[in-house]
Design a binder for this molecule. Sequence first.
Ligand code: DQA
Length: 154
Amino acid sequence: MKTVFVLNGPNLNLLGTREPAVYGAQTLADVEKLCADVCARHGFALRFHQSNHEGALVDWIHEAGRLHAAGQLAGAVINAGAYTHTSIALHDAVKGTGITLIELHISNVHAREAFRHHSYMAAAARAVMCGFGVAGYGLAIDGLAQMQPSAISA
Ligand code: DQA
């Protein structure tokens, strides 16, 4: 069974109360449940984490990289929050491990402030998703399932 990592960066622990007009009313626990259900549907194991600390996210990407090297990783969905727009370290961690990355944002960052338009993650990502609300997490896992060598192409 392959594993999907879903990593969440700073302030995503506040989902449900943080700017609900932008990020919706669902909590991070709701998002974890959604991811668990979608992973179960695809036969993936789930590792779901959140941290407000950049280094913790780097460490989890390295952990995902070890599974990738062993052929046991389906990929990673990462909502790096504001680190998306600032972190060369997260970019380097993804490049350095070779994991399949889906960059994810709950909101449509391109319809927001200019400082959210640049992403250090995008150049290291297989795909980038934004603006689907928290439903995007499930859609991103569906996308990883489609990318598996075993997937039947439509
Ligand atoms: C976010 C968008 C980022 O610009 C912001 O810093 C976040 C959340 C999103 O999910 O829409 O923390 O990644």
